[in-house]
Each structure stands twice: as structure tokens, then as C-alpha cells.
Design a binder for this molecule. Structure first.
Ligand SMILES: Cc1ncc(COP(=O)(O)O)c(C=O)c1O
Length: 406
């Protein structure tokens, strides 16, 4: 034990020295447009609370009703005694919203992504010997990468294609055309969280169909966010209902608590209920979350007003921050990377902004490439125009003090 403590102590020191140690700032109250830090109210520009539902009275009431009607916890996995009728009900609601045949819930999208690849590729499915292949976007989320690491190396080839580069992907598929692969899977985020850009799903749907591949899309940063009605990247790219497999989280726009899902064809989902290990061997979601998420989907299906407000706030923030002279990555997603170059500038600026009343996180190497350090703003429908203007004033003041803008 002494040996391991020595090793981890050294590693912690190294993390501090390389400025990659992750500090946690406690919020003294709920997640919202305005949060409390160190006794002060600050504007939140770092959460995934895109629609402002994480402390919304409708969602809070629904979660409390869930506890009243179905109790606190299920104390079981789904197939033993952890299935309540409300689980099936939420799965139906998600399928309806996404235009898919069926959906399976997980405790998180991390668990869903960890489940998917291994459940398919590690099973013989009637083959004595076989090889599958997965083509993964270079910037895919850690949970997609780790999900693929659970695939057995003997039976799964794992390949990377250049970020959002459909030509590179098509070239690799063409090269492998004569190989006798059993399954070909293309895996991508719908929205990439460091850049705020959307995967070219319209083209990926076409390439997947040309090479008889399964298209897997993790739409965690897009469900409730992208497209006119918040149905995600497929809606934004004009291919709603045409992506083979969608995964997503209930821990961002959809109330922000926890939970994830895989959605797609009914046979595939039925199969996942049998073979997905994080589903089979881990507790099902508690009623408070099931009710909260169901209420969030209901709100989205009844009215586009939340999505509209998010899009309006995003367009306003993007326009104004550029006008102040900051360099951002162009796009229309509420993730707005403000490019600063070197890590110390991003570190200093996020601290200065917190002092000025704005909570925002900086990202630097190794999370993003060297020389591309940035602040990542995340706009929310929870913010009023006045909040956004106050945040912009703080950006102007701090940016000028630090000579990032003139
Ligand atoms: C693209 C993507 N997928 C999956 C996850 C994990 O979601 P969850 O918090 O539900 O595990 C995240 C969270 O950061 C994400 O950004």
C-alpha cells in the first residue's frame, strides 16, 4: 500500500505541475442560469443545462411526484425486479421524440456507449469465426472510445478517420471493401463537445448505406438542442429517422440529472436488453429521474419555445462576442469556443471572469491541441438577455485588461 500511495502522490504532483489538475468549485445551490459560488451570484456559462430545465419548477415537481408515486429507488436491475411501468413509458416517449422504433434506458450515456459496441462485437451471433470493424471519428467522446476498448482485439478491428472527414472515412471503407468483415460500424458524436461542431450526418448516412455499415451517433450535446424542435443532429442535418443507432444523455438538456439511452430498430433494442452488460448488471433509473426526463420530453413535444429561446440566446451571444473582437469557432451550437492560443491566457482569463461574475471553463493541451487553448462558453435558455449582456460586459472588461481585445 505504501508503494501505491507514493506513486499516486507523485502523479498528483505531476498533474499540478503540468496544470492539468482538475479543481472542483462547489456551487452553493442548484444548477441554473445564475448560480452561487463563494457566497456570490455568478452567471453560469459552463454547464450543459442548455434548455434551463435542471432547476425548472415543472421538472422539480415531476421528480417529486415520481418519488411520491414510485418511491426513491428500485434496488434492482431491470430483469430481476427493477422495471417499473414508468421505465417502459419513458422509453416509448424517447422513441416517439427521436422517430425510432424502440429505446433502452441506461444509468448514463457513458454506460450506454460502453454497452453498445461490446454487446455486438463480442458475440458470435451464429459465426464460428469472424471479424468486425469500427470506424471512429478522431474527436469522439471518451465514452465511445472506452466502449470500443471493451471489444475483443481478436474479433474487432478499430480504425480512426480524420475529424468529420467523410472522404477519409469513405476511402478507408473502400480499401476494406473486399475484406470479409461481418459487421462494419461507423461511430461519431452528433456534436463534438470541444469544438461545438456538428457531424456531417447527411453525408454519413449516405456513406453508411453505400458500404452497408451501421451508423452509430452519440447525440448527447444535441438532443433538446439542435434542429428546430430539438430532435438533435439528425433533424439539423435533414436525416431525422434515418440514423441506425442513436445514443444520448438525460444529463444535459433533458433536465440534467442523469441517465442515458440507446435508440433504434426494435430487434436491436430487444437484443441489447439481453446482452448489454451495464443494463443487465446495474440498477435501473430511479423514479424521480424517470418522471423528470419524461416531463422534459413532454415540454419539448408540446412547445418549441425552449429550443427557440436557446437558439436566440446562442445567436445573440455569438454575434456580440465576435463584435467585441474575440475569435471564436464559427457555428450555431450553444457551445462557443473562444480561442485564446496559449494555456496561461485561458487559465488567467477564466479566473478573472469568475471574479467579475462569470463562471466559464478554460481548456488547454492535452484536452485540445497545443496553441489552441480556449474558453468554452455554453449558452443556456435559462439566461435572460440582461444576464448575457452582463456576461459580455465582463468579457469586454477582462479582455481589454488582458489585452486579448482592444
Ligand atoms: C458526447 C458525450 N457522450 C456521453 C457523455 C456521457 O454522458 P453521461 O453523463 O450521461 O454519462 C458525455 C458527457 O460529457 C458526452 O459529452
Amino acid at each position: 500500500m505504501a508503494n501505491v500511495l507514493e506513486l499516486v502522490r507523485n502523479e498528483l504532483k505531476l498533474l499540478e505541475a503540468s496544470k492539468t489538475f482538475k479543481y472542483e468549485v462547489p456551487l452553493e445551490g442548484p444548477q441554473d442560469g445564475i448560480v452561487r459560488v463563494d457566497g456570490r451570484k455568478v452567471i453560469m456559462l459552463a454547464s450543459n443545462n442548455y434548455l434551463g430545465l435542471s432547476n425548472h419548477p415543472v421538472i422539480r415537481r415531476a421528480a417529486i411526484k415520481g418519488i411520491r408515486e414510485y418511491g426513491y429507488g428500485v434496488a434492482s436491475v431491470r430483469f430481476i425486479c427493477g422495471t417499473q411501468d414508468i421505465h417502459f413509458d419513458l422509453e416509448k416517449r424517447i422513441s416517439k421524440f427521436l422517430g425510432t422504433e424502440d429505446t433502452i434506458l441506461f444509468s448514463s450515456c457513458w454506460a450506454a456507449n460502453e454497452a453498445f459496441f461490446a454487446a455486438l462485437t463480442n458475440e458470435k451471433l451464429g459465426f464460428e469465426s469472424y471479424k468486425d470493424v469500427i470506424y471512429s471519428d478522431r474527436l469522439n467522446h471518451a465514452s465511445i472510445i472506452d466502449g470500443q476498448r471493451l471489444c475483443k482485439a481478436e474479433t474487432t478491428d478499430r480504425k480512426i478517420y480524420a475529424h468529420a472527414d467523410v472522404d477519409d472515412l469513405a476511402r478507408q471503407l473502400e480499401e476494406d471493401k473486399e475484406k470479409n468483415y461481418r459487421l462494419r460500424i461507423i461511430a461519431t458524436d452528433g456534436v463534438f463537445s470541444m469544438e461545438g461542431d456538428l457531424a456531417p450526418l447527411d453525408k454519413l448516412v449516405e456513406v453508411a448505406s453505400r458500404y452497408d455499415a451501421i451508423l452509430f451517433v452519440d447525440d448527447s450535446h444535441a438532443v433538446g438542442v439542435c434542429g428546430k424542435s430539438g430532435r438533435g443532429t439528425p433533424e439539423a442535418k435533414g436525416v431525422h429517422g434515418r440514423v441506425d443507432v442513436l445514443t444520448g444523455t438525460l444529463g444535459k438538456a433533458i433536465g440534467g440529472a442523469a441517465g442515458g439511452y440507446i435508440s433504434g430498430k426494435k430487434e436491436l433494442i430487444a437484443y441489447m436488453r439481453q446482452k448489454a452488460r451495464p443494463y443487465t448488471f446495474s440498477n435501473s433509473l430511479p423514479a424521480s429521474i424517470v418522471y423528470g426526463a419524461a416531463a422534459a420530453f413532454d415540454m419539448l413535444m408540446k412547445s418549441k419555445s425552449y429550443v427557440k429561446k436557446l437558439h436566440k440566446n446562442t445567436a445573440y451571444f455569438r454575434k456580440k462576442i465576435v463584435k467585441l473582437g474575440f475569435k471564436i469557432l464559427e457555428g450555431d451550437h450553444p457551445i462557443v469556443p473562444i480561442m485564446l492560443g496559449e494555456a496561461p491566457i485561458a487559465q488567467e482569463m477564466s479566473n478573472a471572469l469568475l471574479n467579475a461574475g462569470v463562471y466559464i471553463k478554460g481548456l488547454w493541451y492535452p484536452v485540445v491541441p497545443k496553441g489552441e487553448a480556449r474558453l468554452r462558453a455554453q449558452v443556456s435558455a435559462a439566461l435572460t438577455k440582461r444576464d448575457i449582456n452582463k456576461a459580455l460586459d465582463a468579457f469586454e472588461e477582462v479582455g481589454k485588461q488582458m489585452k486579448v481585445i482592444q
